[in-house]
Design a protein around this ligand. Structure first.
Ligand code: FAD
Length: 466
């Protein structure tokens, strides 16, 4: 027998976009239903994305860091690694967070319905359940159905030796030879993990640089470190063929570095595709483009006035912090508040070793688009703190408007770059200029100090580094 629930707001998908929207709408007094097909809340980010990857990356960073202690007279033996315990440790972190979300939903009386939801009309979604569908009648809906890893047609994705990011996070084993297809953030983060655990990692990327979109100077600093640790890195090269053989996964490369190799495992991390086509949005009249993206305006409203969409499914950088901010806008607009998604910038962070973080304008982009800028670059080789932690490969770069001297963009590479970029994001949002940043007293000796020093370099108040 089918069941019917009448609600003010229904949220489809419980990732960082969906749960944030549901909680905000409930806090604003709305009756909310949250639909999720999996048995835990949190979506990709908490279950198979940001959180488990960072738990593994922290372990990886320590494994690499202890090796630098040789110069301080401390050496360790080979680490012993228990993968079952590592997996359990990672899962414990995830479970704590997803369990916390379930409690927060309960506290707010957000009704969670488990099952796959599909639109039937502009105000009705049916959620498939073993005993027959639950129909949810709503005033407003927020679509937050997220994205999934992209596959390459014709490649043996069904072979367990060909992994996507979810498989890679399971660390079923430590392959001797691992190929990462796609030199973007997700691929390179998993490369950091497996390399630290002992795999020989190779990377193939179609574009002419790793981490396309990031400032090339930052990428070079990362490359300098990983070239010493990894096997071959192929740029401007694509995988033409991949086949499963008894010896391993055979890969044929075409382009700048052609060749044929056999790997124990391959991680395909070539990007993510939005889930827009999976919710039967047409039944509600919501337009979904050919890729699966749903277009929204600055209020996060789709072409159907009572239906909103947020997160990975609406395009833009596929990042959790973008999803959560869009989520609050959608919930607030539904509650009648004058909210708008209009950030000056959305920061990007690769939690690789070293980390790469950037926000606003990049120098690569400024050059390509002919945008005038002044820059301040502070090499970490001149930072006492960076030397003290044996990490002098880092770099802090700030770009300023030549007229107003306001900050336009920032890029940082080095340990903790992801933490450090926050100051630059705030500076951009607040319209801070070179002097605001340069005259702000940063604590010494910190890595954070390099931001103040880069501003001083741009200002010309310091010129001599050492
Ligand atoms: P999702 O998190 O994808 O959630 C969508 C939810 O909707 C899912 O739970 C899905 O099951 C559910 N759903 C979909 N369709 C239906 C349906 N029809 N019925 C019911 N439920 C449905 N971002 C960062 O900002 N920082 C990071 O460090 C970071 N690391 C990442 C690492 C990895 C390995 C990956 C894969 C991603 C990472 N991301 C990171 C990206 C981040 O995970 C996503 O941007 C974020 O999860 C998007 O949130 P969302 O709410 O739009 O969708």
């Amino acid at each position: 027998a089918s069941q019917e629930i009448v609600t003010e707001v229904v949220v489809l998908g419980a990732g960082p976009g969906g749960y944030t929207a549901a909680f905000r709408a409930a806090d604003l007094g709305k009756k909310v239903v949250l639909i999720e097909r999996y048995d835990t809340l949190g979506g990709v980010c908490l279950n198979v994305g940001c959180i488990p990857s960072k738990a593994l990356l922290h372990t990886a960073a320590i494994l690499e860091e202890v090796k630098t202690l040789g110069t301080m007279g401390v050496t360790f033996g080979e680490p012993t690694i228990d993968l079952d315990k590592m997996r359990a440790g990672k899962e414990q972190v995830v479970a704590k967070l997803t369990g916390g979300l379930a409690a927060m939903a309960k506290q707010r009386r957000v009704e969670v319905i488990q099952g796959t939801g599909r639109f039937e009309a502009p105000n009705r979604i049916a959620v498939a359940q073993p005993g027959g569908p639950v129909r949810i009648l709503f005033d407003h809906c927020i679509i937050a159905c997220g994205s999934a890893p992209m596959k390459i047609p014709g490649f043996p994705h069904d072979d367990p030796r060909v992994m996507d990011s979810t498989d890679a996070l399971e660390i079923a084993d430590i392959p001797e030879r691992l190929l990462i297809v796609g030199g973007g953030i997700i691929g390179l983060e998993m490369a950091s993990v497996y390399s630290a655990l002992g795999s020989t990692v190779e990377v193939v990327e179609m574009k002419d640089q790793l981490m396309p979109g990031a400032d090339i100077d930052l990428v070079r600093a990362l490359e300098k470190v990983i070239k010493k640790r990894y096997g071959t890195i192929r740029l401007e090269t694509k995988v033409a063929q991949m086949s499963a053989t008894a010896e391993g996964i055979k890969v044929v490369f075409e382009g700048k570095k052609p060749g044929e190799e056999i790997y124990d495992k391959v991680l395909v991390a070539i990007g993510r595709r939005p889930n827009g086509k999976l919710v039967n949005a047409e039944a509600a009249g919501v337009k979904v483009d050919q890729h699966g993206f749903i277009k929204v305006d600055a209020h996060m409203r789709t072409n159907v006035p009572n239906i909103f969409a947020i997160g990975d499914v609406v395009g833009g950088p596929m990042l959790a912090h973008k999803a959560t901010h869009e989520a609050k806008v959608a919930a607030e607009v539904i509650a009648g508040m004058p909210a708008l998604f209009d950030p000056m910038t959305i920061p990007s962070v690769a939690y690789t070793d070293p980390e790469v973080a950037w926000m606003g304008l990049t120098e690569t982009d400024a050059k390509a688009k002919g945008i005038a800028y002044e820059k301040g670059v502070f090499p970490w080789a001149a930072s006492g703190r960076a030397l003290g932690i044996h990490r002098d490969e880092g770099l802090t770069k700030l770009l300023f408007d030549p007229e107003t001297k306001r900050i336009l963009g920032a890029g940082i590479v080095g340990p903790n770059a992801g933490e450090l970029i926050g100051e630059a994001v705030l500076a951009l949002e607040m319209g801070a200029d070179m002097e605001d940043i340069g005259l702000t007293i940063h604590p010494h000796p910190t890595l954070n100090e390099t931001i103040g020093l880069a501003a001083e370099m741009a200002h010309g108040s310091i010129t001599d580094l050492l």
